[in-house]
Design a protein around this ligand. Structure first.
Ligand SMILES: Cc1cc2nc3c(=O)[nH]c(=O)nc-3n(C[C@H](O)[C@H](O)[C@H](O)COP(=O)(O)OP(=O)(O)OC[C@H]3O[C@@H](n4cnc5c(N)ncnc54)[C@H](O)[C@@H]3O)c2cc1C
Length: 358
């Protein structure tokens, strides 16, 4: 393909820049952004940049996307975790995998990732501009990589699934001892760690729930299970002289136990079966009323360009030929763990390959 072909990429976030990387040798590429390129990469992973997740089976990987799973099969079959790691190695970013399978740069620095990535975009022109209209007259290809936060008005020919925040903490009706964290709490089919905050609950478990419930109307109730199928009677038998309060504080904050309608200073051997069942039910079904999402922490957008109007083999619009999409502008979002950046890398690669093969 002659380098006279021109591509305009709107948005210099991870998706737009990845697409620019793969197009730059064959096309005349201009990336438009009203702000500095790759600035949205800097806060990722708490400044460490969680680049991907070490799941190498693409169908398994796609299961981590409450929106987009099926659409991503074809995308991930072309560019997945191994390709991401290889790409970053190629531009000089060595990576490592944490025990929890999250992949980070060895430097643990999103700034290093940004700097090396920008250096690798040496044939790309960056233009600081707020794009107000998509113009296919001056370019052969336009790639919309505008992310999940704004600029849907640019895409009015498309159906936009209304944006909602996901991967958030929750504001709750109840007040909790802020800062207390609990391991392996179950709720809504997930089991993970939970943190109480001054406004409600947060942590990996809550991020997942906020993701699957992103479209649910507030308020709603969730039920926390702190102990699963623990044999409480056995535990009482093993700790006959401990007070209920001290024993249960291994599972929940002491203040929770005090809210239970039993004598919490009672020794375990004095607890009768009725009281035991009450405690077990309390530990298995702790009710919380979610009233909204927290404004703090990591947020991705559930919603965006409807996947029905995008060809998953090429990322091209089914409505406007020559217009392509990649990244969070699409109605795709994943859990915490590197999945959202993986969506950017993969959809950007597929868009670029489709353009190059035309
Ligand atoms: C605090 C935080 C931490 C995160 N950490 C991680 C993590 O560790 N791992 C992970 O996988 N995901 C993480 N995410 C999610 C991830 O950052 C996003 O999914 C990703 O940045 C989306 O990339 P994108 O290129 O699609 O969009 P964006 O990063 O939003 O980039 C879009 C770009 O388009 C520009 N733009 C928009 N409209 C226009 C317009 N009209 N004209 C010109 N320019 C325009 C914007 O200025 C922006 O630079 C995190 C998110 C947050 C908020």
């Amino acid at each position: 393909m002659a380098r006279e072909s021109k591509a305009a990429i709107i948005g210099a976030g991870p998706a737009g820049c990845m697409c620019a990387y793969y197009l730059q040798d064959k096309l005349d590429v201009t990336v438009f952004d009203f702000a500095s390129p790759l600035r949205t990469l800097l806060p990722t992973g708490g400044g460490r940049c969680n680049l991907a997740y070490a799941e190498y089976d693409f169908k398994e990987l796609a299961k981590n996307y409450p929106r987009g799973e099926k659409f991503l099969y074809s995308v991930f079959s072309k560019f997945s975790t191994a390709d991401t790691v290889e790409f970053f190695e190629k531009i000089g970013v060595k990576t490592y995998t944490q025990p929890d399978n999250r992949i980070f740069p060895v430097s643990n620095s999103s700034k290093e990732v940004r700097d090396k990535f920008l250096k690798a975009l040496n044939r790309v022109k960056f233009k600081k501009e707020l794009v107000k209209q998509i113009d296919l007259k001056n370019f052969d290809y336009v790639i919309a990589a505008t992310g999940g936060h704004a600029s849907y008005s640019l895409l009015k020919a498309h159906t936009i699934i209304p944006p909602k925040p996901a991967l958030t903490g929750f504001v709750t009706k109840e007040r909790f001892p802020a800062g207390v964290s609990l391991k392996n709490v179950s709720c809504c089919g997930f089991k993970d760690d939970l943190i109480f905050t001054h406004e409600g609950v947060s942590g990996p478990l809550i991020y997942k729930i906020s993701s699957v419930n992103a479209r649910k109307e507030f308020p709603y109730k969730i039920f926390l299970d702190f102990c699963g199928d623990l044999d409480l009677q056995k535990l009482f038998n093993e700790n006959p002289h401990k007070s209920v309060k001290n024993l249960l504080s291994e599972f929940v904050p002491k203040s929770f136990v005090c809210s239970l309608d039993i004598n919490h200073d009672e020794k375990c051997h004095n607890i009768n079966s009725k009281q035991r069942d009450k405690i077990k039910n309390f530990l298995n079904n702790y009710e919380i009323t979610v009233t909204g999402v927290s404004k703090k922490g990591e947020v991705v957008t559930c919603g965006g360009v409807s996947l029905d109007e995008v060809d998953s083999r090429t990322m091209e619009s089914k409505i406007i030929p020559g217009l392509y999409f990649c990244g969070e502008v699409l109605d795709i979002d994943g859990f915490c763990g590197g999945f959202n950046l993986q969506n950017c890398w993969s959809t950007a690669f597929v868009a670029a390959q489709a353009i190059l093969s035309r």
